[in-house]
Design a protein around this ligand. Structure first.
Ligand code: SAM
Length: 271
């Protein structure tokens, strides 16, 4: 198997996600003005669809000092971490720590965690929770958190070869993130052990968004595409301009053009 499969889809329902009992960050105020709130929820949104849970779910929401919601462990997050956790094994390099959901889903087949996290606040707030979660395991799983930027970490000469690298440092699932994510992917591939695996949060979903945008562009009659593009965000214009140029004479999207779009966005790296 290739170390990275762009078609691995973690943005799909996971029927068994709720079976993992999670250690959660305790609610309350934290140094620096960070706040964790507890909320019981039954009506949730999962990959664009409403879902009613059989019983209220205790979720935690981390707010930054400006009162903005930063992270949460809502069902969609848990399902995505579940899929990535299920695909993980061995010595696992993680970027970043977040609310420490992923390591809990990955723990059954993990032998060691190295977690790279850029935010000292997240490290201070979340490592006690991670420590409690991993201490519950029947066998010891060594772990350490490295306080640094994951791109810098991956750009350094490798210290180890990891059986799994899981990266999830981008805040949103937006196709415009893909050139940056692809740069991290290319750096990370150098750190993968033979037969190891690289997993990137929401990758297939983001590629799908790009494919949809390409289809929308090519559905516009060729003479109207410049105006259509001009109405998009600057990031979308940059990403879609090569599609408009390459398929300027194509009257409507076809399989070949959409396959080209997919390959293009999977190859495109920033810088
Ligand atoms: C969405 S959260 C990760 C959620 C995590 N997978 C979990 O299971 O809870 C993103 C995390 O990456 C961290 N982060 C963002 N940019 C980073 C960077 N360049 N290097 C390292 N960590 C970063 C954030 O501080 C945050 O803790």
């Amino acid at each position: 198997m290739r170390p990275f499969d762009p078609d691995f889809d973690d943005a799909r329902p996971a029927p068994r996600w709720a079976l993992t009992s999670l250690e959660q960050v305790p609610p309350g105020g934290y140094p620096g003005g960070y706040v964790v709130r507890r909320q019981f929820t039954r009506q949730v949104d999962v990959f664009g669809y409403p879902l009613t849970l059989p019983t209220p779910l205790d979720v935690r929401l981390l707010y930054d000092p400006d009162g903005r919601l930063w992270m949460s462990d809502v069902p969609q997050e848990r399902m995505m971490m579940f899929h990535n956790g299920q695909a993980s094994r061995g010595h696992i390099l993680v970027g970043g720590l977040g609310l420490a959901l992923y390591p809990q889903y990955a723990a059954p087949a993990a032998t060691e965690f190295t977690i790279v996290e850029a935010s000292q606040a997240v490290i201070d707030i979340v490592t006690p929770t991670l420590g409690r979660a991993l201490a519950r395991l029947r066998r010891p799983v060594p772990w350490r958190v490295v306080h640094t930027d994951v791109a810098e970490f991956l750009a350094r000469p490798r210290l180890a070869q990891y059986d799994t690298v899981f990266l999830d440092t981008w805040a949103t699932l937006d196709a415009a993130q893909l050139p940056m994510v692809n740069r991290l992917r290319d750096l990370a591939l150098d750190h993968i052990a033979p037969a190891g695996r690289l997993l990137l949060w929401g990758y297939r979903w983001m590629v799908g968004l790009y494919e949809q945008a390409c289809a929308a562009l090519l559905s516009v009659p060729p003479t109207g595409r410049a105006a259509w593009l001009a109405a998009q965000s600057p990031a979308a214009q940059t990403l879609l301009a090569p599609v408009a140029t390459r398929f300027a004479d194509l009257p409507a999207p076809d399989t070949e053009a959409l396959a080209w779009c997919r390959d293009h966005i999977v190859r495109l790296t920033e810088g």
